[in-house]
Write a protein that binds this ligand. Structure first.
Ligand SMILES: Nc1nc2c(c(=O)[nH]1)N[C@H]1C(S)=C(S)[C@@H](COP(=O)(O)OP(=O)(O)OC[C@H]3O[C@@H](n4cnc5c(=O)[nH]c(N)nc54)[C@H](O)[C@@H]3O)O[C@H]1N2
Ligand SMILES: Nc1nc2c(c(=O)[nH]1)N[C@H]1C(S)=C(S)[C@@H](COP(=O)(O)OP(=O)(O)OC[C@H]3O[C@@H](n4cnc5c(=O)[nH]c(N)nc54)[C@H](O)[C@@H]3O)O[C@H]1N2
Ligand code: SF4
Ligand SMILES: [Mo]
Length: 768
């Protein structure tokens, strides 16, 4: 158990792949004496929301090596396997180097001028015939801040449509609505230092060991130094994280809602709550119930929050006895009581961590609210070492998707299009007539692709994302894209993908250090980097592509920049002054990232906390000042347990959960092109419990046919793999483009956040 941080990373991250690859951990070029002729530059890692700092070694116009940046506070010189192989992800043999235009069934090389002329003409034609809401941009939490900002400005402030969404809708949307409904601000109060300082860590289905390995290693390091540290892994599946935890607590999918309410029930019944904190800092509310699943096209939902009293909330919780929650979740009642007491233990600093188990959930907003409830009841929040922490997935899901606000309903810095003052502020900074910005949101990501399928959206451009592999209910949306009748799909990518397969125009893009960039990670840390190498062939940055479309549509005046990256940043920074306070661009050039708000040159570690947050006054202690409506208090929500959109039944008796493995990044386009990674984890498998397999006469590695109401695939069964499925559950990762598990996933979503539930649908499994 007592592995150090380095040992853990070596054992879990590197070892599998490196053993298979027969390679040593460090790229030999790095350790060569003097690194002959290699020039090093700093950048954040291309991959996960951890935001590790790396040093990028360049020689002869190519990236020849990368290494963990010892000066980076996030990772202090460490990387996981994806970080180690960064030098190879951009050098797959089939990098896209020229624009391609569809001619019948063939994609034909074209010049940039031809491609952009065609794209601009399709935009103009569609806008003229069907209005601005017939064109759309689908972007990414892997966009740089400049790219996201430019796209937002062009679509909302130029074209005049709110048809812009990021893939982060599939990822962080429930975290966002969780933050907004509880604190009226989309930001974590804590930071990664909490991983070093806390005593108890509750993980809620977050597979940190594989998905945030360097952060996990920080927590493990803390435990090594402080033997009293406890890690409790609540989960629906036994993962590498569970193996390293002190306790693994298995629960039935979706029942985290009941568990969290039961934990609150025990805390209240045993009077373990912090009465003073509640009186001073909390209000209670209740919203609508039986809120649906977003399965119908154009599904619309509005919550209707009503204030309630502490007593009303207590009454609401009466039903959630440990016994009742135990029946639903499968967690023994005594265990629930024990863990509730551990949550409330006044002598321990307590943290909760979660990722997609909470967010990809048809009640994702609610379950985010419920975990905050527990921290608010116990006052264990906004204190060094003691916080709820929503882990982000992508490298700039926070920076670009959330803070820049590249969602249909949003504007930069937590502003929304429905608020006239917010629109006025954006119009002023953008120098446009406020009427240009439409006041109604259009589609969330799923609805955007439904609109394309129906033909309400005609022209759709995707950048830095691979939707035709990563959307749920994929069959519908893949077919929808190719229905013709004026539909026109543009895909900017660096490799051929399942999305370029359905595109009418493919634009070859520059990635990562082939351009200047800025990402914002999960602890509010902004990180800047410079361009270090040229992109291959004619590939160009997404920023250039968006500004070129703007110019051709007559919106060039929105982008009058000489040094676009820096000027865009400084323009965007105006939105953040007096709230999220980004520092001047130059400060990021010098630093290994800074955590906003940066006020008087000082970064902020803990939000809402006196002595840390520059906006909290002396004597206030903790102040949730963003929630002006509720007098600077946070909201405890009465949110019930409601079942998943689809649960196992006689015909489809298994739960299907989907997600990730350590080695691969999402749809595998980049990691799949690194030979060492490919060898280490070549193809998707179906994790299944040995008892289920035995009952059905299925042997290890035997092929099975998995079928949902939406699709079928065939995969080998893995009875003793990396992750271990619980009885009645199977798990499949979604990196393998030859096995589109997303065809089986349901496109039900949380009605408040619009985030789909990739973690739960019903399937049957048969011998193939
Ligand atoms: N190696 C690697 N790392 C990554 C990524 C990657 O592609 N590869 N992607 C990044 C991104 S964008 C993201 S979003 C994160 C995702 O990071 P995670 O969310 O940690 O990983 P997933 O594999 O998506 O989620 C699988 C877990 O969901 C939990 N789960 C299933 N059903 C439920 C439920 O009903 N309730 C709860 N509470 N939990 C449940 C299970 O316990 C399961 O282990 O990883 C980031 N890091
Ligand atoms: N079944 C299932 N599906 C899921 C999930 C799940 O848990 N289960 N999780 C969801 C979540 S949380 C997420 S975040 C999404 C991720 O889903 P996607 O965003 O669709 O997946 P990626 O593989 O990250 O796609 C990024 C694409 O950008 C390309 N690329 C790399 N750099 C650049 C660049 O600089 N410019 C351009 N233009 N292209 C570039 C890559 O080659 C790749 O094709 O998947 C969602 N889908
Ligand atoms: S933990 Fe995330 S940011 Fe760090 S090296 Fe690995 S993939 Fe990159
Ligand atoms: Mo994600």
């Amino acid at each position: 158990m007592a592995l150090s941080r380095r040992e853990f990373l070596k054992a879990s991250a590197a070892a599998v792949a490196f053993a298979a690859a027969g390679a040593s951990v460090l790229n030999p070029k790095v350790s060569e004496a003097g690194d002959a002729g290699i020039k090093w530059g700093k950048a954040p890692c291309r991959f996960c929301g951890t935001g590790c700092g790396v040093l990028v070694g360049v020689k002869g116009g190519k990236i020849v090596a990368t290494k963990g940046d010892p000066a980076a506070p996030v990772n202090r010189g460490l990387n996981c396997i994806k970080g180690y192989f960064l030098s190879k992800v951009l050098y797959g043999k089939d990098r896209l180097t020229k624009p391609l235009i569809r001619k019948g069934d063939k994609m034909v090389e074209a010049s940039w001028d031809e491609a952009m002329t065609l794209i601009a003409s399709k935009f103009k034609e569609s806008i003229a015939k069907h209005g601005p809401d017939s064109v759309a941009m689908y972007g990414s939490g892997q966009w740089t801040v400049f790219e996201g900002y430019a796209a937002l400005k062009l679509f909302k402030g130029g074209i005049g449509t709110n048809n812009i969404e990021p893939n982060a809708r599939l990822c962080m949307a429930s975290a966002v609505t969780g933050f907004m409904t509880t604190f009226a601000s989309d930001e974590p109060m804590g930071c990664y230092d909490d991983l070093d300082l806390g005593d108890t860590y509750f993980l809620w289905g977050a597979n940190m060991a594989e998905c945030h390995p360097v952060l996990f290693s920080r927590m493990i390091d803390n435990r090594l130094k402080n033997p009293d540290v406890r890690i409790i892994d609540f989960g629906t599946r036994r993962t590498r994280t569970s193996q390293m935890a002190d306790q693994y607590v298995r629960f039935n999918p979706q029942t985290d809602l009941a568990l969290l309410n039961a934990i609150a029930h025990v805390i209240i019944k045993e009077k373990l709550y912090d009465e003073k904190f509640i009186k001073k800092h909390v209000v209670f509310k209740k919203g609508k119930e039986n809120i649906g699943y977003g399965l119908e096209d154009k599904f619309k939902f509005t919550d209707d929050p009503k204030p309630i009293s502490f007593d009303d909330y207590k009454k609401f919780l009466e039903k959630y006895t440990p016994e009742y929650a135990s029946k639903l979740s499968g967690v023994p009642a005594a265990k629930i009581v024990e863990l509730a007491r551990l949550y409330a233990d006044k002598k321990r600093k307590v943290n909760s961590l979660w990722t997609m188990g909470f967010n990809q959930h048809v009640r994702g907003t609610w379950v985010n609210n419920l975990v905050y409830n527990v921290h608010l009841l116990t006052g264990k929040i906004s204190r060094p070492g003691e916080n709820p922490m929503s882990l982000t997935g992508q490298p700039s899901a926070c920076g670009t998707a959330r803070e820049v606000g590249t969602f249909t309903h949003r504007l930069p810095a937590d502003m929304v299009v429905t608020n006239p003052e917010h629109r006025a502020k954006a119009a002023e900074i953008w120098g446009i007539d406020v009427k240009r910005i439409p006041d109604k949101p259009t589609y969330n990501a799923t609805e955007m692709f439904r609109a394309l399928d129906r033909g309400d959206i005609k022209v759709l451009w995707s950048q830095v994302t691979n939707p035709f592999q990563s959307l749920p209910h994929l069959n519908r949306y893949r077919k929808g894209a190719r229905k013709g009748d004026g539909r026109f799909v543009i895909v900017s990518d660096i490799y051929p993908t399942k999305s370029t397969e359905v595109a009418d125009v493919i634009l070859p893009s520059a990635s990562w250090v082939e351009k200047e960039g800025f990402f914002g990670n999960a602890e509010r840390r902004g990180q800047q980097w410079f361009k270090m190498v040229d992109a291959p062939g004619e590939a160009k940055s997404d920023l250039w592509q968006t500004m070129e479309l703007a110019r051709r549509l007559g919106h060039g005046n929105l982008f009058p920049y000489k040094y676009a990256e820096k000027e865009i940043f400084e323009e965007y920074r105006k939105f953040t002054v007096g709230g999220k306070d980004l520092a001047p661009y130059e400060a990021y050039v010098k630093a290994r990232g800074l955590r906003w708000p940066v006020v008087n040159g000082k970064e902020t570690l803990w939000r809402y906390a006196e002595g840390h947050d520059p906006y909290v006054k002396a004597g206030e202690g903790v102040k949730f000042y963003k929630n002006k409506k509720d007098d600077g208090r946070a909201v405890i929500w009465a949110r019930p347990y409601e079942p998943a959109a689809e649960s196992p039944d006689k015909q489809y008796p298994f739960w299907l959960c989907t997600g990730r493995v350590l080695e691969h990044w999402h749809t595998g386009t980049m990691t799949g092109r690194v030979p060492e990674i490919k060898r280490a984890y070549p193809a998707a498998v179906c994790e299944m419990h040995p008892d289920d397999a035995k009952r059905m006469g299925i042997k290890n590695l035997q092929k099975v046919k998995i079928t949902s109401r939406r699709g079928t695939i065939i995969l080998p069964v893995d009875l003793n793999g990396r992750g271990k499925a619980e009885k009645g559950n199977i798990f499949v990762a979604f990196f393998d483009e030859t096995k589109l598990i997303n065809e089986l996933c349901i496109d039900a979503y949380c009605p408040i956040s619009g985030e789909p539930d990739y973690k739960k649908c019903a399937v049957k499994v048969e011998k193939a």
